[in-house]
Write a protein that binds this ligand. Structure first.
Ligand code: ZN
Length: 287
């Protein structure tokens, strides 16, 4: 069922496990994640960037597709449909389109403007039972053309934003989007611990989950991270499985060119990756 992300994250924080946020790009992606969540009795968050929303013909198309799929696949585990790195206007559009959760990323704004816009969106979201994520301290790497520097968030600023009543808080702790460079310094657990001490029960969000070593992910969950964003990793396994299918010449055998066959190995690869993440985060059987 489609729900706000609030309850699943509060439970995860209390139970010291994490919930996977998996970005979706099309029908196959969505189906793979929903089925894997159901098969493993795990809650899950479907993330949609503004770019992916445009690609899928708008947020309403996405919301209607996800709702219909949850219904027709008889998905009973909690699923949140969440805007990833939303602008102020994007967040409002997703609220109108029927998303159950949004992220307002005001991290590039001056802190006072970030606070003002976050506060306004918190009130709108909560009047409609929608959960909201805010961000402090830009998260590095590139996402939809926005490049950050991988800075660490200021714990005092985190407290200011957390106190606005957001349901989850993304804070930079040295994590970046995309594939990590070889000279990456790792997560800054001192900063994470300081943020956690300032923000108490607030579920924290770890962006850029691809390529962070498993022991670091587990330690981050121990220190208060309840939502882990996974995007690039699913793209990589989808591409690799599709490449393997074509390089083996399977698209030229019989009706192997049928898109329902051509896209199947990639879809199955996403399912395997999502299950692996649910095991790592500890969300299996927590629905
Ligand atoms: Zn992110």
């Amino acid at each position: 069922m489609l729900v706000s992300a609030k309850d699943m994250l509060v439970k995860a924080k209390a139970g010291h496990y994490g919930i996977g946020h998996f970005n979706i790009n099309n029908l196959e992606w969505t189906k793979a994640i929903l089925l894997t969540a159901q098969e493993n009795n795990s809650p899950a968050i479907l993330g949609v960037s503004e770019g992916a929303g445009k690609y899928m013909c708008g947020f309403k198309t996405v919301a209607d597709m996800v709702k219909a799929m949850v219904d027709s696949l008889e998905i009973t585990v909690p699923i949140a449909l969440h805007l990833d790195h939303g602008s102020y206007d994007g967040a409002k559009a997703c609220i109108a389109a029927g998303f159950s959760s949004v992220m307002f990323d005001g991290s590039s704004l001056p802190i006072d403007e970030n606070i003002e816009k976050t506060k306004e969106l918190v009130d709108i979201c909560h009047s409609k039972g929608i959960s909201i994520e805010a961000e402090v301290g830009a998260i590095g790497g590139e996402e939809d053309g926005v490049v950050g520097m991988g800075e660490c968030a200021d714990p005092d600023e985190c407290k200011k934003i957390a106190d606005l009543g957001v349901d989850m808080l993304a804070a930079g702790i040295g994590n970046i989007h995309g594939v990590y460079p070889e000279n990456w310094q790792g997560l800054n657990f001192e900063v994470l611990d300081a943020i956690q001490q300032q923000t108490g029960d607030m579920p924290l969000v770890l962006h850029g989950g691809t390529g962070i070593p498993e022991d670091m992910v587990k330690k981050a969950i121990d220190l208060g991270v309840s939502k882990i964003n996974v995007n690039t990793e699913c793209q990589l396994v989808f591409a690799a499985a599709t490449r393997e299918y074509i390089e083996a010449g399977k698209d030229r055998q019989g009706k192997g060119f049928d898109p329902r066959k051509l896209l199947l190995p990639g879809t199955e690869a996403i399912k395997v990756k999502v299950k692996e993440k649910m095991e790592l985060f500890g969300s299996i059987d927590k629905a």
